[in-house]
Design a protein around this ligand. Structure first.
Ligand code: PEP
Ligand code: MN
Length: 360
């Protein structure tokens, strides 16, 4: 998370921005009962409930529609919690603004469609309301970034994104695979945009919610969105992944928060020393690599003079075997050392070909 002072709704101070509430608003009583329980948890910042539900198959519960907006208004009035719901088109935006919904989120199935995101962005022109954009269901970082840009272009400044995993074929440990490298790369490209993790839609089940939430916090995510229901097993959508407000409470208190102590002078100086050590080692490695490449070029020239092929499979297998056994002695993973050597070997071959091309 960025250290500068920010007016973002979602950027955490010391604790994660926590959004909790049911997958779907079902009845007025259900919406309010959950909200009243969550109000007692001072870690909850915002109440969620889906009103228009984008379901994979028709014929399942598709949300209560606009009538749920007044239930959300009651949540605000009775509990003081800000409220959020999913919008998928301009009409939804218009209705949410009319009913004073505090935060709008754009779902994963909408985020895949630039026409839909643009329609929502256009409906938001001139209204600076906090917006959360979920990642598209497919692992396409450019599409996610494109959605962010569409919203920024119409003047949305209070913007965050939600990582909810990516759909995939095959084994189903996760409902939607986290593919953490994507949100990490998102953070690198847009460090100023807070990022919230939605473990509920990543996991699709309760038993691994804690593990995924902890992982997100360890990766310095700014917040969590967790589906919470008073009777999860009876929920009208996503029953398997919802938890009760009590379970949420325990889960959140069991999470370990790692403070960002970069501003602490002692920590800073020790970290600085360690980083210098790494920089020195990297430097040595680069010098050695450069020496290695020079020798490879000499071998290339020698092979050319003597009419020997550049790639000699036996020699390469010998190098790999030796490296694997050395790596295992040093406690370095075999997978890593093979990847590393392949990269070096590819580059050596390119250099050897370069020598030949130059001579040609
Ligand atoms: C939801 O948050 O209820 C939802 C539909 O999520 P997603 O868009 O991530 O599938
Ligand atoms: Mn859901």
């Amino acid at each position: 998370m960025t250290n500068e002072v920010t007016t973002s709704t979602f950027a955490k101070a010391d604790i994660p921005y926590l959004i909790a509430g049911p997958c779907s608003a079902e009845t007025r009583e259900q919406v309010l009962a959950i909200a009243h329980e969550l109000k007692n948890n001072d870690k909850v910042h915002c109440y969620r409930a889906g009103i228009w539900k984008p379901r994979t198959r028709p014929g399942t519960f598709e949300g209560v529609g606009a009538k749920g907006l007044s239930w959300m208004q009651s949540v605000k009035e009775e509990t003081g919690l800000p409220v959020t719901t999913e919008v998928a088109n301009a009409k939804h935006v218009e209705l949410c603004l009319e009913f004073g919904i505090d935060v709008l989120w754009i779902g994963a199935r909408t985020a895949v469609n630039p026409f839909a995101v643009q329609e929502i962005a256009d409906a938001l022109k001139g209204v600076d309301i906090p917006i959360l954009l979920k990642n598209p269901i497919n692992p396409d970082l450019a599409l996610w970034l494109g959605g962010v840009e569409r919203l920024q272009k119409v003047g949305i400044t209070d913007l965050g994104v939600i990582h909810r995993g990516f759909s995939h074929l095959g084994e189903k440990f996760y409902r939607n695979r986290p593919q953490w490298q994507l949100p990490i790369e998102f953070k690198r490209r847009k460090p100023e945009i807070p990022i919230i993790c939605d473990p509920s839609h990543i996991c699709g089940r309760r038993d691994i919610l804690q593990m995924v939430s902890q992982k997100a916090l360890d990766l310095d995510f700014d917040g969590l969105m967790i589906e919470t229901h008073i009777t999860p097993d009876e929920a009208w959508s996503d029953a398997k992944q919802q938890i009760t407000p009590d379970v949420l409470s325990t889960m959140i208190s069991d999470l370990v928060l790692r403070r960002d102590r970069q501003s602490d002078a002692g920590v800073q100086s020790e970290l600085g020393n360690l980083r210098d050590e790494i920089a020195q080692i990297d430097d040595d490695i680069f010098n050695l690599l450069s020496n290695r490449m020079e020798v490879a070029e000499r071998i290339g020239a020698f092979k050319k003079e003597n009419g020997i092929t550049i790639l000699q499979q036996k020699q390469w297998s010998k190098i790999l075997d030796k490296a694997k056994s050395k790596a295992s002695d040093l406690g370095i993973s075999e997978r890593f050392i093979v990847q590393y050597l392949r990269a070096i070997h590819d580059e050596s071959i390119r250099r050897q070909q370069g020598v030949m091309n130059e001579e040609d």
